[in-house]
Write a protein that binds this ligand. Structure first.
Ligand SMILES: NC(=O)c1ccc[n+]([C@@H]2O[C@H](COP(=O)([O-])OP(=O)(O)OC[C@H]3O[C@@H](n4cnc5c(N)ncnc54)[C@H](OP(=O)(O)O)[C@@H]3O)[C@@H](O)[C@H]2O)c1
Length: 336
């Protein structure tokens, strides 16, 4: 079968579409013939050697949807032929509060989804929402579960609240946009691109500011007006994070799951305690979060924001698009 393989970190040129043996499911596992997969920034961090504990060679990819075509021992054979979406949080453990030792993310060290087939524990497959195509379903897993947990499980977003989503062009941020809108929140965004702010507003965001401009926090404060920001969900970090502490209202919440722009220097602890702000970290999600995320998309009949869909063979172009940061929403690969 064809698979996008990485055997040496460095740059996108090191990725290759290679022929590898079709994998066989072990006890408790299934094999999924993938119809579509998607990219996450994690894939790029791994290619660049910027991820922890990299083990190579590996087939990249955490997101996928397809059809179960083989089951291992002790797996219900009724799964055969079923259309499924994959939960990439492997071995989360029993405590819903945080992942336990043994937790892994599909797509390194285990071979992932940017391939024709993948192997996954039967506990990690879920029926594909019927209102979504394979390409749409494949855009949900990693970003959907991370965004759902950030907004609701950790961020306690309520109807009518104002939420600020930073870097709205990102795959997870754009998924949070549709979820927060479906939850009847008022959504404000930041982006390094005016066009992406416009695109977010066309979907339903109230407004947004360009974080590359001077005085953007002031502009956002004015925009939010008296409603103020109840919740900020951020995955950029960097010094922009210091502005988020100023922007969120007293008693508000900031949830963070990434550090695309690095660590903030000089965190102002006095502002955090005086304003009684809750700062909450979050990563991926439990099986319950994944199930609830799928239910949320199904019950609201919503779908992900997809930047583009390309053939698996065109993977390098798609990785380059993520590297340039020109995308708005999820980058999807399909198997013809
Ligand atoms: N902990 C977890 O479980 C988890 C899960 C998923 C993702 N993550 C992390 O979250 C981040 C986003 O992941 P992704 O897959 O959505 O990546 P992505 O699709 O590549 O999106 C990254 C986005 O970051 C935004 N950005 C870059 N610099 C920024 C800055 N200085 N201020 C505000 N926004 C900035 C950009 O938005 P604009 O184009 O709009 O400017 C860009 O589109 C990555 O760091 C990733 O590793 C963590």
């Amino acid at each position: 079968m064809k698979a996008v393989r990485l055997s040496k970190v460095g740059n996108i040129e090191n990725l290759e579409l290679t022929d590898v043996p079709v994998p066989q499911p072990d006890r408790g596992e299934v094999r999924v013939r993938l119809k579509a997969s998607a990219l996450n920034h994690r894939d790029l961090w791994i290619v660049q050697g910027l991820y922890a504990k990299i083990k190579l060679p590996v087939t990249l990819g955490s997101d996928g949807a397809g059809v179960v075509d083989e089951v291992g021992k002790d797996v219900d054979r009724d799964w055969l032929g079923k259309e499924v979406v994959i939960n990439p949080s492997l071995h989360w453990g029993k405590d819903l509060k945080a992942q336990q030792s043994g937790f892994r993310i599909l797509g390194m060290p285990d071979d992932g989804t940017q391939a024709e087939f993948t192997i996954i524990p039967a506990a990690n497959i879920f029926p594909k929402p019927v209102h979504l195509s394979f390409e749409e379903a494949a855009a949900l897993p990693l970003g959907g579960v991370t965004g759902f947990r950030a907004l609701f499980t950790q961020g306690y977003l309520q109807k009518g609240e104002s939420v600020l989503l930073t870097g709205i062009g990102g795959g997870v941020a754009a998924l949070m946009l549709v979820m927060a809108l479906a939850a009847d929140a008022r959504v404000f965004v930041t982006s390094g691109s005016d066009n992406k702010i416009k695109a977010a507003m066309e979907i339903g965001a109230q407004g947004g500011v360009n974080y590359r401009r001077d005085h953007w926090p002031r502009a956002l404060e004015k925009m939010a007006g008296s409603s103020q920001i109840d919740l900020v969900v951020d995955s950029a970090g960097g010094d922009g994070f210091l502005h988020l502490i100023e922007l969120v209202k007293p008693g508000g919440r900031i949830v963070n799951f990434g550090a695309t722009a690095g660590n903030p220097i000089r965190l102002n602890l006095r502002r955090i305690f005086w304003k009684q702000i809750a700062i909450q970290g979050t990563t991926m999600g439990s099986p319950t979060d994944f199930y609830n995320m799928l239910q949320f998309f199904e019950s609201h009949k919503i779908g992900p924001v997809i930047d583009s869909v390309a053939e698996l063979a065109d993977f390098r172009k798609v990785y380059n698009r993520m590297l340039e940061g020109t995308h708005f929403g999820k980058l999807v690969l399909k198997n013809s």
